[in-house]
Design a protein around this ligand. Structure first.
Ligand code: NAD
Length: 414
């Protein structure tokens, strides 16, 4: 039976609470969402008749600032996945030092079976129903699995209509025309490279002599590859859902991108060896970037990983057992909620600009991203080096939970 993600999130929290010696009342408050909203969306389908969809919003914690987190449209969504993801958002925002709390939303639906018109109605109904609970200073949703900038545009319009005000800062990940930012598309991939650059400095690896392998060639993997090349790192392997390609002499990002755009797959890419996705993970390289799925590095392949650094672009690519093995094998892991935090940091920039009526240049956006993530990386590294026998993921949890716990105490909530 698969593990309930919320129970897993609570177990992680319990470990940190013990490390930090948090008192009983504080633990109780931080183990559950502050507020969990559940309702049913009803829309008239294109072919007549009513269609209904269970919907959720979990407002986990707002001690550091308004709740922040995406909305997923997925047939397998559950109340507990939303709760768990809202806890992880809380720690992620705290870790990167953002003045934001954590939240998450979801609608149980299958976007592949719905028309654009039906998706629009679902998005509008979601924002309308939650209008009094959302807002730039309350709770700020963003796109997530199977939602995008168009979803945010529909939600923004419904929210503003209902609340009778203009409030672009109520949603992030909007189209650029509606207050979104050009930098957002590449922010997560760029963030993977910024945090890995700092890890290379720490491990004294010269980027110009380093090699990288990237699993997944979507939003995160693609832009990580682009920015690794700018640093001088040679990419020797890529993969997508069709399989993997490998060449120890290097495969240029532009060539892989052009091929993928023309063929919609990396399969049969010329001048490269075809490998399975699992074989790719076990090739010798300096940096391994899992940027596709969860649980791809497990106790069965962890011993075979030859990379010096694992930069977790994806959420949850490494299992707990694999973490232990890799720690003993001295593989340096940049944990997901630090490594892929570029997206939420970019969302924060969008929100801040919307609230002040500014629009930053791309250079300013990327420079600020660099500063925020570099600081976050070194805060975690300091804890990793000071504490004994903990890995980078545990160090990151300690930094994040401590920030939220301190804010709770300062507010006198416990
Ligand atoms: P995406 O859908 O754009 O790309 C996913 C890629 O993975 C595709 O190239 C797909 O072909 C590939 N893939 C699917 N199955 C695979 C397999 N078995 N082996 C190898 N590759 C496979 O998704 P994305 O936005 O790039 O997200 C990737 C991961 O990063 C997810 O875990 C996501 O939660 C996480 N993430 C994304 C963002 C973001 O801003 N996009 C932010 C934080 C975390």
């Amino acid at each position: 039976m698969s593990v309930n993600p919320f129970i897993q999130a609570q177990k992680q929290f319990d470990w940190v609470a013990n490390q930090l010696n948090l008192d009983k009342e504080l633990r109780k408050s931080l183990r559950y969402p502050q507020n969990f909203i559940q309702f049913t969306i009803r829309i008239r389908g294109d072919k007549g008749g009513i269609k209904s969809f269970p919907a959720f919003r979990s407002q986990y914690n707002n001690a550091l600032g308004p709740y922040k987190g995406g909305i997923r449209f997925h047939p397998d969504e559950t109340a507990d996945t939303v709760r768990a993801l809202s806890a992880w958002m809380t720690w992620k925002c705290a870790l990167t030092g953002l003045p934001l709390g954590g939240g998450k939303g979801g609608v149980i639906c299958n976007p592949k079976e719905l028309s654009e018109n039906e998706l629009k109605k679902i998005s509008q109904a979601y924002a309308k129903k939650l209008a009094k609970d959302l807002g730039p200073w309350k709770d700020i949703p963003a796109p997530d699995v199977y939602t995008n900038s168009q979803t945010m545009a529909w939600m923004l319009e419904a929210y503003e209509k209902k609340t009778k005000q203009s409030a672009p800062g109520a949603f992030t990940g909007k189209p650029v025309e509606l207050g979104g930012h050009e930098g957002r598309t590449e922010a997560t991939g760029l963030g993977v490279v910024i945090t890995t650059r700092e890890a290379m400095k720490h491990l004294k690896i010269n980027p110009k002599k380093a090699t990288a392998i990237i699993q997944g060639f979507g939003n995160v993997g693609k832009y990580a590859a682009k920015h690794f090349e700018k640093l001088g790192v040679k990419i020797i392997g890529y993969s997508d859902s069709s399989g993997a390609i490998f060449n120890s002499r290097g495969i240029k990002y532009e060539d892989a991108l052009k091929y993928k755009n023309e063929h919609t797959t990396l399969k049969d890419f010329p001048n490269a060896k075809a490998l399975t996705n699992n074989q790719l993970l076990e090739q010798k390289c300096d940096i391994l970037v899992p940027a596709a799925l969860e649980n791809v590095i497990t106790k069965s392949n962890a011993h075979n990983i030859q990379a010096k650094i694992i930069a977790e672009g994806a959420n949850g690519p490494t299992t707990v057992q694999a973490d232990d093995i890799l720690y003993k094998d001295s593989v340096f892991i940049i944990p997901d909620f630090l490594c892929n935090a570029g997206g939420v940091v970019g969302s924060y920039f969008e929100w801040a600009q919307n609230n002040s009526g500014e629009h930053w240049t791309l250079k300013k956006y990327n420079d600020q991203l660099d500063e925020v993530l570099t600081n976050a990386f070194h805060t975690v590294l300091d804890t990793f080096e000071t504490e004994h026998k903990i890995n980078m993921r545990q160090a990151a949890y300690m930094v994040a939970v401590k920030k939220v716990a301190d804010a709770m105490k300062l507010r006198g909530r416990v």
